[in-house]
Ligand binder design. Structure first.
Ligand code: AMP
Length: 426
């Protein structure tokens, strides 16, 4: 085994796979432009407090799952970002971009870091694409965020992803619900596991997320948040669902879907795939009007967003056979050197072809002409351009079409024109 290995939970992406990533990223960028979302890039690390804001609640990310360190002995702790939303909101507040334009539509494709136990579909370094719509709280805004996400899936050709959706109501709705949950779970104290007992005091909503099979029966009998929503929340939710239905976006209402953090409100959603095994969540999101205040804003800032795991998205696409037609882009021309003494001419010709925008490869290792031809075929080049004594003497080069075997011998400028003709593949 080689001496050095990638860190557990992190992985290398080689060219064939990188081509898949670029394809997916291209679709995300194109649809973001279509929907009017602009890209934001925030630092990979932030001061730890940003993610650990005196949160009384028990969340999975905050605390135990972060890579934090202190760069200077007495310095402030910094953390590799485990999520993007807090960083995006921090950036928006720091630069007061909402002061200039009251609605901000931002998106990102970014690397994140979580100190989780690595397993299939769960890494310590992974990527998400996502969007954050800041400054408006209408059902239309929430529907826009969801529609953007679903159109990305659709454009990538994905099938069978399931969108589950719920409303968490406003703060007052959840306070009443929280009390109802505490009253419901308290008599079961003996049966609850340790995480659920901790959550009972701090954030009983999270008990509903428990994957512990022994608790499923108790959990399924718990009161439903939906029954605690006031008319305003119900109307808001109906409107979101109306927009989705109108756009032909299928969804399942799932009253058990909750988000653990206090700043979430109203619509919450999650997308799952059937090909992913235990880690079946592809993405999720919702409204988080309360986050800005937690980050020091004097008032709530209405906001909605989503995040989709790129690795799980790519894994699902692979399982659905959506990458079969995707190949690395082949060079158009291979410059074949007949005699080594003309290497300098070959390098110059290669440069001129590239400068004129033609994808060109040439041998850098002094290999035989036969090896060069083999390499041209391996790379699936369409043409070979030969450089030998005659070519150098006359300034006319022979271009061979490797598919049809047709040849023409012409000055380089003329060959470049031919290579630029659409039939050449350029
Ligand atoms: P979250 O930010 O936890 O709501 O996660 C949003 C999406 O990111 C999930 O649905 C997953 O697709 C993806 N994701 C979250 N954590 C990981 C991880 N450790 N490894 C790979 N993907 C992840």
């Amino acid at each position: 085994m080689p001496q050095y290995q990638a860190v557990k939970g992190a992985r290398d992406i080689f060219p064939e796979e990188a081509a898949r990533w670029k394809h997916v990223e291209g679709v995300v960028h194109a649809l973001a432009a279509l929907y009017g979302f602009n890209e934001i890039r925030t630092p990979v690390f932030e001061y730890t407090e940003l993610f650990q804001r005196g949160i009384g609640s028990t969340t999975d990310i905050v605390g135990k799952e972060m890579f934090s360190f202190q760069p200077d002995p007495n310095g402030r702790s910094i953390t590799l970002r485990p999520e993007m939303t807090a960083g995006v909101m921090r950036a928006a507040l720091q630069k007061n971009i909402l002061g200039t334009a009251p609605v901000q539509k931002l998106y990102y494709i970014s690397e994140l870091f979580r100190k989780e136990r690595p397993q299939a579909g769960r890494q310590r370094q992974f990527s998400q694409f996502g969007a954050e719509l800041l400054g408006v709280s209408s059902p239309a805004a929430v529907a826009e965020v969801i529609t953007f996400m679903m159109q990305v899936f659709d454009s990538l050709g994905l099938r069978g992803l399931r969108l589950r959706i719920n409303s968490l109501g406003g703060t007052h709705d959840r306070l009443r619900y929280r009390e109802a949950l505490q009253a419901y779970f308290s008599p079961y104290r003996q049966k609850l596991d340790t995480p659920s007992l901790e959550r009972l005091e701090k954030n009983p909503l999270r008990i509903l997320d428990s994957k512990n099979p022994d608790l499923q029966e108790i959990v399924s009998g718990a009161p439903k948040l939906y029954d605690y929503l006031d008319t305003e929340a119900l109307d808001d939710f109906d409107k979101v669902l109306f927009y989705l239905s109108e756009r032909g976006i299928a969804f399942d209402i799932d009253h058990r879907l909750v988000r653990g953090l206090d700043y979430y409100c109203y619509t919450a959603f999650e997308v799952t795939g059937t090909e992913l095994g235990a880690q079946d969540a592809v993405g999720g999101g919702g409204r988080y009007d309360g986050l800005a205040r937690e980050l020091g804003s004097s008032s709530d800032i209405p906001a909605a967003g989503f995040a989709v795991g790129m690795e799980r998205l790519l894994m699902t696409m692979e399982k659905q056979g959506l990458f079969t037609a995707l190949k690395l882009q082949a060079p158009l021309v291979y410059v074949v050197l007949q005699q080594q003494e003309y290497t300098d001419v070959a390098m110059q010709v290669t440069f001129r072809l590239r400068k004129s925008g033609i994808r060109t490869e040439a041998d850098l290792a002094g290999r035989s002409m036969k090896s060069q031809m083999r390499e041209a075929n391996r790379l699936r080049c369409s043409f070979a351009l030969f450089i030998g004594e005659n070519e150098v003497a006359t300034g006319q080069y022979t271009l061979k079409n490797l598919v049809t075997s047709e040849q023409s011998t012409l000055p380089l400028d003329r060959l470049i024109e031919i290579l630029h003709e659409p039939a050449s593949g350029e």
